[in-house]
Design a protein around this ligand. Structure first.
Ligand SMILES: Nc1ncnc2c1ncn2[C@@H]1O[C@H](COP(=O)(O)OP(=O)(O)OP(=O)(O)O)[C@@H](O)[C@H]1O
Ligand SMILES: [Mg+2]
Length: 1175
């Protein structure tokens, strides 16, 4: 056959895809055509052979019908050693669901109903009594034996609890869980009998006797179990040392609805049937129960007895169960009631109440036509039952009637305070009230009986005792329709699962510790979010339900909707439509919860009613007044301690259960815990039948596969050295087989070359990593060993090992030696430091003071000396103080006092120095001010002198100027006189010339040109103008122009002189003769705007247009005056006569403007546009 590895080498591409499959490692060792387990709907797993391997699945050919199916990788497991059963599933070669199931089946078929997974006991209900399984001999066998020494047994668990209680002086609890009918109660009974049998004291006997009572009142026949416990219980057996010294029973969640209705085929609580079948005729006549069970409405689900009953009380077939017989058990119950201390009279009252409940159930109601309010009345045909019920319950017939058909209410608004209102009930409402009453009576009676049992097995007050508690609580369950009861049970199971995971993992780690195996924390899935879903404050299912119950008009739809709203994004809660199965349900009709063991859909229709725990006030009042004192006692202040007042505020079933569970968990947490998981092998309660599918689903619900998964990360497979030795020694060479078992295992592993990471050696066992035991087994079984090679390898290993051990010893000794010396050094260092620390601690205050003094001294050095010479004195004092501190002359207190004195003196000194400093600074300030004042005075004096000098210079200049002026005037006068003389001379010359000319004309000789040009001073103005305008002789023209200008300057000078005398124009007497016919060119024309500052503060603007060097146009604008526009040749007298150069305007910043601006102002003021200048 080809191994998968061989196949891999042939098909390398396929190999890659196979390698990528995460589960591939599980398949190593599996062969094509090799046997495998494959998932099967009814059998759990069935056998088959590998036909093909694809990337997603393995094709398996089933052995049973030859059909090939493609199964996912995690649903196919290799078959290892299918016929070998083991006591502990962890000892299986492969740890998986299939091998777990196969081993369970093998054991079951061998009539070994118990197995272990670690320390957890798995018990499969055999539905038959197995010979000697619970015999006294067997009980004795387990006494004092640790778990694992003997085959798995419920006694082993009980003994483990007992031994641990003794050894650890700590209370223990055994949690028994499982489906209905899986054998929890039987297991609990076995444990109790183990703990209480043997030298049974009356107390122990009483503890054993309580079971028939609890079963009669709390068990019933269901479709799944003929003796199903309809409540949870935690039975404590208290020990005082080795001896039983008391007990206590806590009970949870009695199924109240069963009192009034049962599914077809199911019965009411056993006690009703036992009463009818077992009581004597006289009693039955007194109780008016001398009728067939089917005549009672509350027994209608299944009106049959277990075992034979007197023929007058039984018609038709009876039910059969080896352990149940109603008629016989009634007497046992009565005896047991007596043994727990109930007097016959009380027992009589109990049966009266039970009979009363049955008669109550037969009362029917019909519409009362006479009642205007639409009320109802008792059906006349059932009047007899009303009277029987009232007499048995000790109530007036009419009072009971009225209480059943009316409801008393207290008005919340209006009405007189304390007034009670009677509200007539409809027939349906009356039936609900009647059933509520029956349930309330029964459940309180049950509570009372449990309290009586507890009183019969009392604990001595204040006595410190330890107990072993056995918890029998319904396991995780789900049906097609799940209601409030399943919710509570599954909530309880979530809590238990959480507890289980934490505890089991704890145990596992403890084992590693015991076996000295280094181990890191094991991770496991937590279901704390599921717990929060149930019990979260304000957001949990139970709180939301309670909230809705408190509403004036509670409705299940509201509850469901608000639940969905609050957990919209929760992984644990979903809407029914989210699943295929419950798609038919509306969102407000239910919700899905993802439990640790599977998803369950809860239908909420009856949640509100089931969660309520209320009874009509009228009915409560009637019961309170009952003449049967047991009954009135139940209702006065309920056995559960509730007050009848304020019923609405009384806790709901859900919240009560939650509180009870919290108390239970607190108790369990304080104890050492042991777990028993009960499994039901088939649905038909038949012996020898093993339904693999059913068992597997229960194993899953019990968290066993997940426990195995948890073990995967640890060392799930473990086997004692002896077991391993006996398993393989026969097939190995004698040299190896002769070794001591532990050494044998070591040699074997080394010789086979197993990796040390894959296993760990404990003190008594060898632990394998997941799957490694399988590999080891394959190697040992599968290869034909070369004996001499193995012996050789083993011998070499032994020699090497011994040599290594010697080396190790030497090395350890050296290491130890080093450790000792390093520790000695460390000790010295510690000593040094601690001594230093001690000395420092001792002298700390002194050192602090010395430090302070030194600091003060160094600070003092920086401070200057005062006039008083204080500094030196303080320094001396401080130095002497320092000496005292160092020499320990003075006490620290005295030194501190002196030091403080010095500090004060230094402070005073500093203050004095500071004052002196301030005074010094003030003086400096004043001196500085004085100097500044003197400097200012000096500067002002200098300034005054300067001004004087300037004034003198100015006056001097003025005098010089006047002198110059006078000189100029004198020169001018002289020039004028000279000119006059010259003019007269010229005139004379002209006359001479005229005479000459006449003479020449007479002699026909032309005038001499040069002389004319040189004698223009004689020409008139008109002659000069004509010559300028008309002459073509350039020399003549220039001469004329020069003459014109000369004349004009003379004229202007004269005019200026005269006007200066009048104080008018400041212009200098110079005006050139403009060019005739000149065209204006930009580069020859320049324009200026200057502000005017006239006499008398007058202001204005002066615009000047220079044509070349001379003024062409001029505008003067003064405020309040008409603007004056002047043109050269026309207004020369008024215009400026300085040349452009002389005016200095070109150097005046901002004075020059553009021609356009000038022209704009010119034309704006009415000036004529200038193109040709005409003089
Ligand atoms: N160890 C056993 N040996 C023989 N028969 C057993 C054993 N355990 C259980 N049975 C049978 O199975 C029946 C149901 O067992 P038991 O009442 O203990 O179930 P349960 O788990 O308590 O169910 P429920 O949850 O309904 O109370 C018993 O009446 C008995 O007939
Ligand atoms: Mg039970």
């Amino acid at each position: 056959m080809k191994r998968v590895t061989q196949f891999k080498s042939n098909c390398s591409s396929f190999d890659r895809s196979v390698r990528s499959i995460p589960s591939f490692t599980r398949l190593v060792g599996m062969e094509f055509g090799g046997p495998v387990w494959v998932s099967h709907s009814s059998q759990g797993f069935t056998k088959g052979t590998i036909d093909d391997i694809t990337a997603q699945s393995i094709v398996v050919k089933k052995d049973e019908d030859g059909i090939k199916i493609a199964a996912p990788y995690d649903e196919v497991f290799p078959i290892d050693d299918e016929d070998r059963s083991v006591e502990d599933h962890c000892s299986l070669i492969s740890l998986n669901e299939a091998s777990l199931l196969n081993n369970s089946k093998l054991r079951f078929e061998e009539k070994h109903i118990y197995t272990y997974v670690g320390n957890v006991l798995i018990s499969i209900n055999p539905y038959e009594s197995i010979n000697g399984l619970y015999s006294e001999d067997r009980r004795m066998e387990y006494k004092g034996k640790s778990l694992g020494k003997l085959p798995p047994h419920i006694y082993a668990i009980a003994e483990k609890a007992r031994l641990e209680l003794k050894r650890n002086k700590e209370s223990q609890s055994i949690v028994v869980s499982g489906e209905s009918g899986s054998g929890k109660t039987e297991s609990q009974k076995s444990i109790l009998s183990y703990l209480c049998t043997g030298h049974a004291t009356p107390l122990q006997q009483r503890i054993l006797d309580i079971n028939p009572i609890l079963e009669a009142f709390g068990n019933a026949k269901t479709m799944r179990n003929n003796n199903s416990s309809r409540f949870g219980k935690f039975v404590e057996v208290h020990f005082d040392g080795e001896n039983v010294c008391g007990g206590y029973i806590s009970h949870y969640l009695l199924e109240r609805s069963r009192v009034t209705s049962q599914q077809s085929g199911e019965r009411n609580y056993h006690i009703f049937y036992q009463l009818i079948a077992g009581a004597d005729d006289q009693t039955l006549t007194r109780l008016k129960l001398d009728k067939q069970p089917h005549t009672f409405h509350y027994l209608n689900g299944c009106p049959q007895f277990f075992g034979n009953a007197p023929s007058n009380r039984c018609s038709g077939e009876t039910l059969s169960d080896a352990l149940l017989s109603d008629a016989q058990q009634f007497n046992g119950v009565v005896k047991a009631l007596e043994s727990v201390g109930l007097k016959l009279e009380k027992i009589g009252q109990v049966v009266s109440i039970l009979a009363g409940i049955l008669h109550l159930g037969n009362i029917k109601f019909i519409d009362d036509t006479a009642d205007m309010k639409g009320g109802c009345k008792v059906d006349p045909s059932t009047e007899c039952h009303l009277s029987h019920a009232s007499s048995l319950l000790g109530v007036e017939s009419n009072e009971l009637r009225t209480s059943l058909v009316c409801r008393i209410m207290q008005p919340t608004k209006g009405g007189v305070r304390g007034t009670l209102i009677r509200v007539a009930l409809k027939p349906g409402e009356a039936v609900v009230g009647r059933d509520g009453l029956a349930k309330a009576i029964y459940s309180r009676l049950f509570d009372w009986i449990v309290s009586k049992i507890n009183n019969s097995i009392p604990l001595e007050d204040n006595k410190e005792t330890k107990f072993i508690g056995v918890l029998d609580i319904a396991g995780f369950e789900f049906f097609k329709h799940n209601s409030f009861e399943q919710l509570c049970i599954n909530y309880c199971n979530e809590k238990m699962q959480n507890f289980f995971a934490e505890r089991v993992m704890g145990e596992e780690q403890l084992l590693y510790q015991r076996e000295s195996i280094p181990f890191n924390n094991v991770q496991y899935t937590s279901n704390t979010d599921a717990m929060a879903l149930f019990e979260g404050k304000g957001t949990g299912i139970l709180d939301i339900l309670d909230e809705e119950v408190r509403m004036p008009r509670p409705s299940y739809a509201n509850f469901t909707s608000s639940l969905h709203k609050k957990h919209e994004k929760s992984f644990r809660l979903d809407k029914p439509r989210g699943s295929k199965e419950y798609r038919h349900l509306r969102d407000e009709d239910g919700f899905l919860v993802r439990h640790f063991a599977g998803t369950v859909c809860y239908e909420t229709k009856e949640f509100i009613e089931k969660n309520k725990d209320e009874l009509h006030m009228s009915l409560e009042a009637a019961m309170e007044g009952s003449s049967v004192n047991l009954l009135s006692g139940l209702f006065k202040t309920g056995v559960d301690g509730r007050s009848n007042i304020n019923k609405l505020r009384a806790s709901t079933i859900g919240s009560k259960f939650k509180a009870q569970l919290a108390v239970l968990l607190q108790r369990l947490e304080k104890t050492g815990t042991h777990f028993v998981r009960c499994i039901k092998p088939n649905e038909h309660m038949e012996s020898g039948k093993f339904n693999g599918g059913l068992v597997l689903s229960q194993l899953r619900c019990a968290g066993i596969p997940s426990l195995l998964t948890l073990m995967h990360s640890a060392y799930p497979s473990r086997i004692a050295f002896n077991d391993l030795y006996s398993l393989y020694a026969p097939s190995l060479p004698t040299k190896l087989a002769k070794l001591e078992s532990r050494l044998f295992c070591k040699c074997l592993f080394r010789a086979l070359g197993l990796s040390p990471q894959d296993y760990a050696f404990g003190t008594s066992k060898v632990f394998f990593k997941s799957g490694k035991f399988a590999e080891f087994d394959t190697i040992v079984q599968g290869e034909s060993w070369n004996i001499s090679f193995l012996i050789d390898k083993t011998s070499r290993f032994l020699v090497t090992m011994r040599w290594k051990m010697v080396q190790y010893c030497a090395w350890s000794t050296i290491k130890l030696n080093r450790k000792i010396s390093s520790r000695r050094e460390a000790a010295l260092t510690i000593q040094r430091y601690s001594r230093g620390a001690a000395i420092r601690r001792k002298y700390r205050r002194r050192m602090d003071v010395a430090l302070k003094i030194r600091r003060l001294l160094s600070a003092l050095e920086k401070v200057g000396e005062t006039e008083m010479g204080e500094k030196g004195k303080i320094e001396d004092k401080l130095i002497s103080l320092l000496d005292s501190v160092m020499k320990e002359d003075l006490s620290v207190g005295n030194v501190m006092a002196s030091y403080n004195d010095c500090v004060k003196k230094v402070d005073d000194m500093i203050i004095a120095l500071k004052d002196a400093e301030i005074l010094r600074k003030q003086k400096e300030e004043e001196e500085k001010r004085r100097k500044e004042e003197e400097e200012r005075e000096r500067r002002m004096e200098e300034e005054r002198a300067l001004r004087r000098r300037i004034e003198e210079a100015r006056q001097k200049e003025e005098e010089e100027w006047k002198k110059r002026k006078k000189e100029e005037e004198r020169v001018e006068r002289e020039e004028k006189e000279k000119e006059e003389r010259q003019r007269e001379e010229k005139e004379r010359k002209r006359l001479d010339a005229t005479l000459n000319a006449e003479r020449r004309m007479e002699e026909n000789v032309g005038p001499p040109q040069e002389s004319v040009a040189n004698d223009l001073s004689t020409w008139k103005y008109g002659e000069l103008r004509d010559a300028i305008n008309n002459s073509t002789d350039i020399e003549m023209l220039m001469a004329c122009k020069a003459e014109f200008h000369r004349r004009l300057r003379v004229y202007n000078e004269w005019k200026m002189k005269t006007s200066n005398q009048n104080g008018s124009s400041p212009l200098p007497p110079c005006r050139p003769l403009p060019t005739t016919n000149c065209t204006l060119k930009n580069n020859e024309h320049r324009y200026f705007k200057i502000p005017l500052g006239g006499a008398g503060g007058q202001q204005g603007l002066l615009y000047i247009h220079f044509d070349g060097q001379w003024v062409g146009r001029q505008m003067e604008m003064r405020p309040g005056q008409k603007p004056a526009l002047m043109k050269a040749g026309k207004d020369d007298g008024k215009m400026m006569h300085m040349s452009l150069e002389q005016s200095g305007l070109t150097r005046r910043k901002g004075a020059e403007i553009k021609g356009e601006e000038f022209d704009t102002v010119w034309t704006h003021l009415g000036g004529e546009a200038l193109s040709v200048w005409k003089p």
